[in-house]
Design a protein around this ligand. Structure first.
Ligand SMILES: Cc1cc2nc3c(=O)[nH]c(=O)nc-3n(C[C@H](O)[C@H](O)[C@H](O)COP(=O)(O)O)c2cc1C
Length: 439
């Protein structure tokens, strides 16, 4: 079979656009209403998406009062979706910095059991400085977070592997036995950050290990992804940087001793679809016109570690010197560097920069007809920029529907996307091997 495209639906409140929360086409349901997420996940499943995904930030963002940017705790949400869907993969974010590996290993193994093998963990180190204050902690330096994350992931993998696949015997005849104790081993991990005895208090889950997802973009982040990630989310404003990232990560994965095809790379795509090109551009303009530049200014400040941008005029061209050096930040360096590069190259005003980020927060926003969106997907997929896409509709569900009803059938006609699920687990959908047990 020819190489197949992968599609993940990134679900966030009423949509990814900053102005989605009060958009007339957005759902009337509250962002805390589980039926909103169940409806979207079922719609994505009917459209044969590989998976749905939920982010997490461990804090209330400083623009929440006017952006409705809030969400249910994502692992809890996956539990609800595990019982209201049957085939689609379920990916949630879990932070290495603010939880214990034993907790997290249990939670994702539980979701994998409950969903019959559809769980994925988006590994993050949490870049937002304000999150530290919710955990009585100091915000850690960018590099240190990855050092700690490395240990965290080793422990979690060890815990998931602490039961052999055949450890459960469940022989209930006479003096039977539930589990073969010789097939369950402790972990005995003794590192700089974590000391974990193990074993896990759950049998090995259907996928062996839930799928590991990550979005490292810095040097340390890319190496981390190359060692551990089986699916990689990434944000690009142009095809050329997506191609650079794609090639670099596949090389790093090979150097880490892995098969590059076992690392599925998914750039973000923020599609604004109209029946004509002019209509799609009008829809995008209309969305951006609903934004409040002061909300954008606050979000920008958060990205740059709380930098004060209040003195910058809205309609004068920005200069790179208006921003702190991204390499000095302890937040998300790669996204900050992307902003400074954009300002340097295009001389945008603050208003223009904020509009550029309001829809996709640094992901690729594309306004076009269904054919044009399908062309773009095919082009990136066949030209070394992507193995698939992390689809981020600006307004939910209104802007998901044309993607499902019009873009996916075109991708299927072109032989790029499945016409039915061929397997049952998230690993099956993504073409990933099931990790062998260590026994
Ligand atoms: C699609 C996508 C989703 C992300 N979701 C989260 C998230 O839910 N929580 C979080 O703290 N970081 C999230 N991140 C940020 C990444 O974990 C990572 O910090 C970022 O890509 C920068 O990489 P770096 O840490 O190597 O600099 C996400 C990134 C991308 C591209």
């Amino acid at each position: 079979m020819s190489r197949q495209l992968h599609l993940n639906l990134f679900i966030q409140a009423r949509g990814h656009h900053e102005a989605a929360w009060d958009h007339p086409a957005a759902t009337a349901l509250a962002p805390t209403d589980v039926t909103h997420y169940q409806d979207l996940a079922r719609q994505a499943e009917a459209a044969l998406f590989d998976s749905v995904f939920f982010a997490d930030s461990l804090m209330l963002s400083n623009d929440a009062a006017r952006s409705g940017r809030l969400w249910l705790e994502p692992i809890t949400l996956l539990a609800a979706l595990a019982v209201s869907t049957e085939r689609i993969g379920l990916i949630a974010t879990g932070s290495c910095t603010y939880t214990e590996p034993y907790n997290l290993a249990r939670q994702f193994a539980s979701i994998d059991h409950m969903s019959n093998g559809r769980a994925g963990w988006n590994i993050v180190t949490t870049w937002m400085e304000a999150a530290a204050r919710n955990y009585g902690a100091d915000h850690q330096a960018h590099g240190d977070r990855y050092v700690m994350g490395e240990e965290f992931v080793q422990v979690v993998k060890g815990l998931w592997d602490s039961w052999a696949d055949d450890a459960v015997v469940d022989d209930r005849t006479g003096a039977g036995v539930y589990a073969d104790a010789a097939r369950i081993r402790p972990v005995d991990y003794d590192g700089d950050f974590y000391q974990v005895a193990g074993p896990l208090n759950l049998p090995r889950s259907p996928q062996g290990r839930p799928v590991l997802v990550q979005a490292g973009a810095s040097d340390a982040g890319r190496d981390f992804a190359a060692r551990h990630a089986e699916a990689v989310f990434t944000a690009h404003l142009e095809k050329a940087t997506a191609q650079e990232f794609y090639a670099d990560l596949k090389v790093r994965a090979a150097k880490a001793g892995r098969t590059p095809e076992q690392v599925v790379i998914l750039p973000g795509l923020n599609p604004v679809i109209g029946s004509t090109e002019a209509e799609s551009k009008r829809l995008l303009l209309e969305l951006n016109s609903r934004t409040d530049p002061e909300i954008g200014r606050r979000t920008l400040s958060q990205r740059f570690g709380g930098q004060d941008f209040s003195h910058l005029a809205l309609d004068e061209p920005l200069k790179p010197e208006d921003f702190p050096d991204p390499d000095t930040l302890e937040t998300m360096r790669s996204r900050a560097a992307m902003i400074v590069r954009l300002v340097d190259r295009e001389g945008l005003s603050l208003r223009e920069l904020l509009a550029r980020f309001a829809g996709g927060r640094g992901h690729y926003t594309f306004a076009g007809t269904p054919e044009q969106v399908a062309d773009l997907i095919e082009d990136w997929f066949s030209d070394g920029a992507a193995d698939g896409f992390n689809v981020m509709p600006p307004v939910m569900p209104a802007m998901l529907t044309p993607f499902v009803e019009q873009v996916i059938p075109l991708l299927q006609q072109r032989g790029l996307f499945r016409t039915e699920y061929s397997g049952t687990t998230l690993r099956d959908h993504l073409g990933l091997d099931r990790p062998a047990d260590r026994f």
